[in-house]
Design a protein around this ligand. Structure first.
Ligand SMILES: Cc1cc2nc3c(=O)[nH]c(=O)nc-3n(C[C@H](O)[C@H](O)[C@H](O)COP(=O)(O)OP(=O)(O)OC[C@H]3O[C@@H](n4cnc5c(N)ncnc54)[C@H](O)[C@@H]3O)c2cc1C
Length: 162
């Protein structure tokens, strides 16, 4: 699975938009900064700004602060290293959302409009957990059903109007 994703990330269509991918793990440091505190809020806000400031700075932060030096290419080129990394870091899944987030047309991070239509692609809507504008701090099953019900209702209403 790791190698498959690494190969996908090398495709031109993905490497042009998925900048500087890196292996991430729920290590002790990640657990510490995941706690909701004002210090962590300030720390992660500053880090997020720095990550977006320049590619050079981002790569340095990834290597020195986030991954402790492990890179995807190091791992896929060393069978034992990859094996060890996965055994040490594999965890059950969290509740990932917001990979195609909904937003205003002027929002550069938005993938869909508020009706779930994919911006710039006709005839395609998204109605699942991926459109949530940000990752909620709660379980996602019922909110996903709510998103689906709401967007289904929107489609029906638009159909009735046309
Ligand atoms: C182990 C686990 C436990 C969880 N426990 C809880 C919980 O206790 N409470 C809670 O609120 N949430 C829980 N969640 C989260 C919740 O299940 C998800 O947030 C929710 O299901 C997301 O819904 P979705 O429709 O976005 O995606 P999914 O439910 O993942 O639906 C995607 C669907 O698309 C299908 N699919 C994928 N690729 C294709 C393709 N190429 N062609 C056709 N179909 C495809 C898949 O088979 C799947 O049916 C849990 C998640 C996991 C993984």
């Amino acid at each position: 699975g790791f190698r498959f994703i690494a190969r996908l990330l090398q495709q031109d269509s993905l490497s042009s938009v998925a900048l500087d991918p890196f292996p991430s793990a729920l290590n002790a440091r990640a657990k510490r900064v995941s706690k909701v505190t004002s210090t962590n809020y300030a720390l992660t806000s500053v880090l997020a700004l720095l990550m977006d400031a320049s590619p050079r700075l981002r790569r340095g932060l990834i290597r020195r602060v986030i991954t402790d030096g492990d890179s995807i290419s190091d791992l896929i080129n060393d069978e034992e290293h990859l094996d060890r990394y996965i055994r040490q870091n594999v965890i059950p899944s969290w509740h990932p959302t917001s990979t195609c987030r909904m937003g205003a047309a002027a929002d550069p991070g938005a993938v869909t409009d508020p009706s779930g239509r994919v911006l710039g692609v006709s005839g395609l809507r998204i109605a699942d957990a991926s459109v949530m504008p940000f990752c909620p701090r709660a379980n996602t099953n019922i909110p996903t059903i709510m998103v689906a019900e709401k967007l289904a209702d929107t489609v029906l209403r638009e159909d009735r109007r046309s």
